[in-house]
Each structure stands twice: as C-alpha cells, then as structure tokens.
Design a protein around this ligand. Structure first.
Ligand code: SAM
Length: 334
C-alpha cells in the first residue's frame, strides 16, 4: 500500500493507496449556523453522510419505492457491452461519491481488463470499508480510495494510478443534488481534472409523475425519514445542538417549477433550540430544507453537460424511461 495520508494514517492493507484529503470538518458548524440563520432555513445535504447516514442510504437503495438503484443496475447490465466498447481496454475508473461501491461492480465486470479503481467519498469510514471489500473481491485490480470533497474538483496527479484512459463513474443521480449552477460547477471541476480522451459515465434521474417521485423520497417503512432525521442527531451530537427530533416531521414535495424533489424537516410544534451556542427557533409548520434532488429531461441534461464543457456522446434509458445514463467526453477546450 502507498500511504499518501497527510495526517495520521490507519493501515488499509487491502488497498494500494489511501489518500485522506481531510475534507474540512469545521465547515459543518459554519454551514449549519449559516443555513439556520437564513430564511427559509436550510442545511446542505452533504452532511447526511456520516457512518449512520451512509448506512441508512444503503437501506434506501433497496426499498420498493426507490426505483433509482435497481433501475440503474439493470441498465448497467444491459449496456455493459456498449460501455466496454466505448471505454476500451485497460481503463482506470474513478468514482466520485462512491458510497458502498456496489454499482461499480457491474461496470468493472463489463469492461475489458480494467486497470484500476479509485473510490472517492466524503464519508471516510464507509469509503474505506467499501473499497477494501472491492479490493478483496478484485485482487488483480489496482484499487485506491480518496477521502475528499468532490465539489472542490479532482486532485489526482500525485496518486500512483496505473496508465490508461480514465473513466469517471458518477452514478445515482448525485448530480441532481446540486442547484443548476452548482451542478455545472461540479462537472466543470471534474473536467479540469481530466485529460484528453478521458470520459464520464453519469447517472441522471428523469422527470416523471409526482406521485412516483414523492413516494420514492417518503417510503412506507420510514427509512428516508430516518435518513433525514439523522441530520438532527448529527447536529445534536457534533455541534452541541438541542433540536428535538421528536417534534420534527420528514416531508418530501415535488417542486415542478424547479423540476426537483425537495426534502424538509417540518416543525410539529414551535421549538427553541441551540446549535454551537447560538439560539434559534422554529415556528409550528416552519421547515428546514435539507435536500434537493433535481430530475432531468434528455434536453435539460444535455444543456447542463454542454454548459460544463462536455459533449453527450451517448445516452441510455430503461424501457419505462425512469432513469438515464449518459457518456460524456470533454469537448475541445476553448
Ligand atoms: C446519493 S449517494 C450515491 C452513492 C452511490 N454512488 C450510488 O449511486 O448509489 C451520494 C454519495 O456521495 C457522497 N458525497 C456526497 N457529497 C459529496 C461530496 N461533496 N464529496 C464527496 N462525496 C460526497 C456521499 O457520502 C454518498 O456516499
């Protein structure tokens, strides 16, 4: 293993390298204070993903209402041979927001002799466990992990990566969690870290009936509600918060104007609380906006990709047109 860690480094024997870029933990307090002081109140979704949040997200991916994961997995199965042709042999796959590194197995199995895999996630413990498991299952693959914030771009030059064309794999419609300008910036940030000939395979959830969408983000078993409320547990545990989660309700709503599902925490009763020593209050019915999940049409996705400097070379959808995967390549630099 190559130890690239800047601070203390645990030993992750199954990995070829672990690069801890120490995504700044202190920003959690700053962002929560800023969001709670705003009108309407909001908290950025990146803070969902501590170890408990990542585990809850994994449960969400298996729920009957959450069509996203199973649809994308089936699509990957179907288009595997085309992906192998597009990528060519010996590709190095880099996955920003890799989570449990489940979908990557479909891609790795489809590709022709992939040379390497790098998972990148902000949720460090979960990332390492997932990448170590992958490294054990694919012993011939050069496998590494980066704990970093992908919104700050991709810093890959110092890593001991094999030669080969780099394919960024960005599934799950994680891009939909960003407002349109921020989504463009995330993709443009990826583009900066790419070389000529590299490509992105990206998942984008599609616009569909509000009932299907709202159910997908408010399941009958209450797992998505627990995922949303885990944010409150994190704030209370890590930021000296005194929010009462039993007086907050999970809400998912389709915002047609902005083409997105929104998740909120709505106050059942008025409450006064503190975070990091600062006082806040919620009126009955007031909401804290915790997540956006933008949905795309083929046209709106193409507009986004182009605005970030990419050409959409190919797009695929499932027969019910619930979800799409797109193959992007950087267009000629201006
Ligand atoms: C919606 S999950 C998707 C996981 C997986 N790629 C999938 O498709 O099932 C989003 C993942 O991105 C990670 N993530 C979210 N924001 C991030 C950021 N700014 N930088 C790095 N990872 C991030 C989360 O920790 C989580 O594992």
């Amino acid at each position: 293993m190559t130890d690239l860690t800047l601070g203390q480094s645990p030993v992750h024997a199954a990995l070829d390298f672990f690069d801890d870029q120490h995504p700044p933990a202190g920003d959690f307090l700053r962002d929560v204070l800023t969001g709670l002081a705003a009108t309407p109140k909001s908290i950025p979704p990146v803070y969902f993903y501590d170890a408990a949040g990542s585990a809850l997200f994994d449960q969400i991916t298996g729920l009957p209402e959450y069509y996203v994961t199973r649809t994308e997995l089936a699509l990957l199965d179907r288009i595997g041979p085309e992906l192998a042709d597009l990528a060519g042999p010996g590709a190095v796959v880099i996955e920003p927001g890799s989570g449990s590194s489940v979908k990557i197995r479909k891609l790795l199995d489809a590709l022709d002799s992939p040379a390497g895999y790098v998972g990148l996630d902000i949720s460090g413990e979960h990332l390492i466990a997932a990448c170590e498991e992958l490294a054990r299952d694919y012993p011939d693959l050069h496998t590494g992990a980066i704990c970093a914030d992908f919104t700050t771009g991709l810093s890959l030059d110092h890593l001991p990566l094999p030669q080969g064309r780099r394919i960024l794999f960005f599934p799950g419609s994680t891009i939909g969690n960003f407002e349109p300008d921020a989504a463009r910036d995330v993709l443009a940030g990826f583009r900066q870290g790419m070389r000529a000939g590299d490509a992105i395979l990206i998942g984008a959830d599609r616009v569909k009936s509000p009932a299907t969408l709202e159910a997908a983000y408010d399941d009958a078993q209450g797992v998505t509600a627990a995922f949303n409320l885990n944010l409150v547990d994190r704030i209370n545990a890590e930021l000296k918060g005194t929010l009462d989660p039993s007086q907050l309700k999970h809400v998912s709503v389709w915002n047609a104007d902005k083409s997105r599902i929104e998740m909120h925490l709505e106050a059942l009763e008025p409450q006064k609380f503190e975070v990091g020593g600062q006082a806040f209050s919620l009126a009955r019915g007031e909401r804290i906006h915790t997540e956006n999940s933008h949905k795309f049409t083929p046209e709106s996705f193409q507009t986004l990709a182009r605005s970030a400097g990419f050409d959409v070379l190919r797009s695929w959808s499932d027969p019910a047109e619930l979800f799409s995967l797109h193959w992007l390549e950087p267009n000629a630099k201006a």
